[in-house]
Design a protein around this ligand. Structure first.
Ligand code: UAG
Ligand code: ATP
Ligand code: API
Length: 495
C-alpha cells in the first residue's frame, strides 16, 4: 500500500517526501524493522522511540510516523499530533479493516476474562463456527497457537492477527480487552459486535491511580461499541452486563448498544437458579428469555457460574438454542492454570490457580472452603512493579480463608522480593504468627506446603496459573507451579 493511501483516513497530519512509496508492513520496534516497513515512534514508559527513527531508517524503514519534526530527507515523514492514536487508524487501514469481516467479541473485567473467552469459544465451536481467540495465555487461530506478550496486543499486532484469522477462515474472534488496552487505545479501529463485562474489583491501581479511573477505562469498550468508524451503529452491537456488579449500571448509561444482562442475585435476562456445588462440578437451572433448561458443568465455584452465564448470553445472541447450549456446556473443559489439580494419587489435593487479585483469591478460597474436608493451605505472593495496595489485602484474605498461609514470591520483576513480602505482611499484623510462614523462594515454599499437608487437606498455589516462568530482576527463568508441585509430591511419596 502506498503511503498516501495509508494516511488517507488521518485527519491531522503533515507529510513530506515521496508519498507513492510502498509500505510493506508496520513496525513499532526499531530493532525489528524490515525493509519497506513504516516505523511508528511511540513515547513509551521507559524510552521515547523518536530517538530510534534514524536507526529504523538505517534498518530499512521506508517511512516514519512521528510527533516531532525530524530531518530525514531520504524517506517520507508523517507528522501527527499523537502517534498512538494515529497508529490504530493506519493499522486498521493497512490490514483492510478485518474486524468488519469478523464478528468481534470483546470481554473486559477485572477477573474471568480468559475463562469467559474460552467458554465462548467452546460454545461457538459447538455451534460449528470457527473462532479465533486473543488473550493472556496465547493467541489461537484454528488449531495454531502464537505466544502472547500482552493480554490485549498493540493495535498493529491486533489488526494483523485479525487479518490472519480472516485469511484462515475464522468467522468470529473473541478477545480479552484489558483496561490498559482501552486506556492506550489499542482497540480503536476495532468494530466490536458484542462487548461483555465480567466484574470490576481492585487491581491495576499502579496504572490507573483510582478505581474511578479504572472504571472509566473499562467503560470505553461500551461507549465505543458500534461507533468505531462512522459514529453510527453499523452492526447492531450488543452489550452484555453482569447485573450483580454495580459498575454495570455505569456502563449501561454509556452505551448505545442493545443491552442484555446476566446474574445470580439480581433480576437479569439470563440467570442461574437452584445452584448446587460439588467438588467436581456445579449444576443449576439456566433461566433465559428463551426458556429454561437444567445444566451440569465440570467447573466449580460461583465465579465460574458467572463466567458461564456471560458465555451463554453470547451464545443466545448468536442464535444458539437452549438444547445446543446445554449439550455444549456439558462438554466444557476448564482453562489451563485455572483451578487446575495436580493429582498423582496423593491423599491431599493440590490446586494451581491464577488468582492474583484480592477478589479472585477470595472467590477461589471461599470455593475451596465449601468442599474441603481437611485444612486449606494457601500459598500466595504478589507481583512486583504492579499495584502495591493489593498486597496487604491479599495477605489478609489468605489468612482469613485458609488454615495456614505461606507467603512467597510471584514475579518480583524489578522489585526486591523481600520488600514485596514486607508490604504483604502489613496486612496480617494482628494475625497469630503460627498461622503463616514467609518463604521467599517459591520452589521451597511449594515443597514446604506439600510436606506440611495431611490427608484430605487442600493446597492452593495461587497467582501464576499457566505461567511457565518467574521474572526476577527483569530476567525470566523457567518456572511452572504445576511441575514444581509434581516434583514436591513425588519426593514426598518416595519417603
Ligand atoms: C505499560 C505498558 O503497557 N507498556 C507497554 C509498552 O511498553 P513501554 O511503554 O514500556 O515501551 P518502552 O520500552 O518505553 O518503548 C517505547 C517504544 O520504543 C520502542 N523501542 C524501544 C527500544 C528500541 O531499541 N527501539 C524501539 O523502537 C518500543 O518498541 C516501543 O514501541 O509498549 C510495549 C510494546 O508495545 C508493550 O509490550 C508494553 O506492555 C508491557 C509488556 C506491559 O507489561 N504492559 C502491561 C501493563 C499491560 O498492558 N497489561 C495489560 C493486562 C492487564 C491485565 O488485564 O491483567 C495487557 O493488556 O497486557
Ligand atoms: N468471574 C470471576 N470472578 C472472580 N474471580 C474469577 C472469575 N473468574 C475467574 N476468577 C479467578 O481469577 C483468576 C483469573 O481468571 P481469568 O484468567 O479467567 O481472569 P482474567 O480476567 O483473564 O485475568 P488476567 O487478565 O489478569 O489474565 C482465576 O484463576 C480465578 O481464580
Ligand atoms: N496481567 C496481569 C498478570 C499478573 C500475574 C501475576 N502472576 C503477576 O505477575 O503479578 C498483570 O500484568 O498484572
Amino acid at each position: 500500500m502506498q503511503v498516501r493511501e495509508l494516511i488517507q483516513p488521518l485527519l491531522l497530519h503533515k507529510a513530506t517526501g515521496d508519498l507513492t512509496t510502498e509500505i510493506k508492513g508496520i513496525q513499532l520496534d526499531s530493532r525489528q524493522v524490515q525493509r519497506g516497513d513504516l516505523f511508528i515512534a511511540l513515547r513509551g514508559t521507559k524510552v521515547d522511540a523518536h530517538r530510534f527513527v534514524e536507526q529504523a531508517v538505517a534498518g530499512g524503514a521506508a517511512a516514519v510516523m512521528v510527533e516531532e519534526s525530524v530531518a530525514l530527507p531520504e524517506v517520507p515523514v508523517i507528522q501527527v499530533p499523537d502517534t498512538r492514536r494515529a497508529m490504530a487508524v493506519v493499522a486498521a487501514k493497512f490490514y483492510g479493516y478485518p474486524t468488519k469481516e469478523l464478528k468481534l467479541i470483546g470481554v473486559t473485567g477485572t477477573n474471568g476474562k480468559t475463562t469467559t473467552t474460552y467458554l465462548i469459544e467452546q460454545l461457538l465451536r459447538h455451534k460449528g463456527v470457527s473462532t479465533g481467540v486473543i488473550g493472556t495465555i496465547q493467541t489461537k487461530i484454528r488449531g495454531k497457537t502464537l505466544p502472547a506478550k500482552n493480554t490485549t496486543p498493540e493495535a498493529v499486532e491486533l489488526q494483523k492477527t485479525f487479518r490472519m484469522m480472516r485469511d484462515e477462515g475464522c468467522e468470529y474472534s473473541v478477545i480479552e480487552v484489558s483496561s490498559h488496552a482501552l486506556d492506550m487505545g489499542r482497540t480503536r479501529g476495532c468494530q466490536f459486535h458484542i462487548g461483555v463485562f465480567t466484574n470490576l474489583t481492585q487491581d491495576h491501581l499502579d496504572y490507573h491511580g483510582t478505581m474511578e479511573k479504572y472504571r472509566e477505562a473499562k467503560s470505553l469498550l461500551f461507549s465505543q461499541l458500534g461507533n468505531a468508524y462512522s459514529g453510527q451503529l453499523e452492526n447492531n452491537p450488543v452489550a452484555i452486563f453482569n447485573a450483580d456488579d454495580e459498575a454495570s449500571r455505569y456502563f449501561m448509561n454509556r452505551t448505545a448498544a442493545q443491552v442484555l444482562t446476566y446474574g445470580i442475585d439480581q433480576p437479569a435476562d439470563v440467570r442461574a437458579e437452584n445452584i448446587r456445588f460439588f467438588s467436581s462440578g456445579t449444576s443449576f437451572t439456566l433461566k433465559t428469555y428463551r426458556g429454561e433448561v437444567p445444566v451440569r458443568l465440570k467447573l466449580v465455584g460461583k465465579f465460574n457460574v458467572y463466567n458461564v452465564l456471560a458465555a451463554v448470553s453470547v451464545a443466545l445472541v448468536e442464535g444458539m438454542d437452549l438444547q445446543q447450549i446445554r449439550s455444549g456446556l456439558s462438554g466444557i473443559k476448564g482453562v489451563t492454570g485455572r483451578f487446575e489439580p495436580v493429582d498423582l494419587g496423593q491423599s491431599f489435593s493440590v490446586l494451581v490457580d491464577y488468582a492474583h487479585t484480592p477478589d479472585s483469591l477470595e472467590n477461589v478460597l471461599a470455593t475451596i472452603r465449601e468442599f474441603a474436608r481437611g485444612r486449606v493451605l494457601c500459598l500466595v505472593g504478589c507481583g512486583g512493579d504492579r499495584d502495591r495496595s493489593k498486597r496487604p489485602i491479599m495477605a489478609d484474605i489468605a489468612v482469613k480463608y485458609s488454615d495456614y498461609a505461606i507467603f512467597t514470591s510471584d514475579n518480583p520483576r524489578t522489585e526486591d522480593p523481600i520488600a514485596i513480602l514486607d508490604d504483604m505482611l502489613t496486612g496480617v499484623q494482628s494475625c497469630p504468627k503460627e498461622r503463616y510462614a514467609v518463604i521467599s523462594d517459591r520452589r521451597q515454599a511449594i515443597h514446604e506446603a506439600v510436606r506440611k499437608a495431611e490427608p484430605e487437606d487442600v493446597i492452593l498455589i495461587a497467582g501464576k496459573g499457566h505461567e511457565t516462568y518467574q521474572e526476577i530482576n527483569g530476567v525470566r527463568h523457567h518456572f511452572d507451579d504445576r511441575e514444581v508441585a509434581r516434583d514436591a509430591i513425588v519426593s514426598r511419596l518416595a519417603k
